[in-house]
Write a protein that binds this ligand. Structure first.
Ligand code: SF4
Length: 336
């Protein structure tokens, strides 16, 4: 789908993730939540790809599906490693377990993602032992954990402390240390700073950027906050109701917004400049049900530019140049 000469780390092809809805006496026909409804894109080695959209648009599901925490219903996720193309879904369980070290997740909620009965040293060490990087009790493991803690801005005296003894920002640093200690190549950061105060958010974003450079990481950065994603991402993908509707390098997306949904999201970013008289576009109504999405363009029920064609025909995913892709029958020409 994309024609860059950069090294592709993950290829996602027509990915569908449908979850069955429980049948009732009134509705016996099996219905599905279409969390991801045919997504195709490449993720390049070393980039940060931001993924934005309202709650329920399927961005977290996509992140977890790429890590095979939910095996996809249809489509392919190909991981390119050491010259091999590995189809993650068809990988035997044991091989997937070995590969899991490469593909890590940083959770949203630092309060609930850490075991309260384990010390920081045990939390970070657990994965190292289970992935065979160290034997339990190996003195070298402690030195390694100290190094990881220092890299993540944690003092080594915290090694024997429990999660409840830390602030939110420090707990998120522990979560990051736990994931990055395994030397992954691809990390999904799922709303990784959303639960933190704004001042702490910037510290964690800077830490993630530094670690990316040091460890040559590739991030999928999932958030509903466009100002955060603008700061950290090389490219941004915009999702609506299970589909990618626009994808472009960050500067290009902000300078030349083409999809009406992206336009509405960007207009909602708070500004401090009094002279900035941007129109705030309010999207009417709630996001429709992913069980029974609207016909044609799924966004047509909330789009202020909707025309008859939008209600009948699904817009194609079009390459408009500059690595900019959009799915809209009537893309906006240029942002004012
Ligand atoms: S295809 Fe039509 S309804 Fe959908 S975003 Fe474009 S203009 Fe709006």
């Amino acid at each position: 789908m994309e024609n860059e000469n950069r090294k592709v780390l993950l290829s996602i092809r027509d990915l569908k993730q449908y979850f069955p809805v429980k049948k009732t006496k009134l509705r016996e026909k099996q219905r599905y939540v279409r969390a991801n409804d045919g997504i195709s894109l490449d993720i390049y080695a070393g980039e940060t790809l931001g993924l934005v959209g309202e709650s329920g648009c399927g961005k977290s599901t996509l992140g977890r599906t790429l890590l095979q925490l939910y095996p996809q219903t249809e489509g392919q996720v190909i991981y390119h490693k050491d010259g091999k193309d590995i189809d993650l879904k068809s990988l035997p369980k044991e091989e997937m377990r070995v590969l899991r070290k490469d593909l890590q997740l940083i959770f949203q909620d630092p309060y609930s993602s850490l075991n309260p009965r384990m010390t920081v040293g045990q939390i970070i060490g657990e994965g190292l032992v289970s992935h065979g990087m160290f034997k339990r009790g190996d003195p070298a493991m402690k030195d390694y954990i100290f190094k990881v803690m220092e890299n993540c801005g944690l003092d080594t005296y915290m090694f024997g402390r429990y999660p409840h003894q830390f602030s939110g920002g420090q707990r998120q640093r522990i979560g990051i240390a736990r994931s990055l200690a395994l030397n992954p190549s691809f990390v999904v950061c799922d709303e990784a700073v959303s639960a933190l105060d704004v001042s702490i958010q910037s510290q964690i974003l800077n830490l993630l950027s530094d670690l990316k450079e040091k460890q040559n990481l590739t991030y999928l950065f999932i958030t509903h906050d466009l100002s955060v994603v603008k700061y950290i991402s090389d490219r941004i993908g915009v999702m609506y109701l299970g589909n990618m509707v626009e994808l472009a390098p960050t500067e290009e997306l902000f300078a030349n917004t083409l999809h009406p949904y992206t336009e509405a999201l960007l207009s909602a970013i708070p500004v401090v400049d009094e002279d900035d008289k941007r129109e705030r576009i309010l999207l009417e109504g709630d996001i429709p049900s992913p069980v029974n999405p609207p016909s044609g363009c799924k966004f047509h029920t909330r789009c202020r530019y909707c025309q008859q064609k939008c209600k009948e025909e699904v817009p194609e995913w079009v390459d408009v140049g500059n690595n900019h892709f959009v799915a809209c029958h009537f893309p906006l020409k240029h942002k004012e």
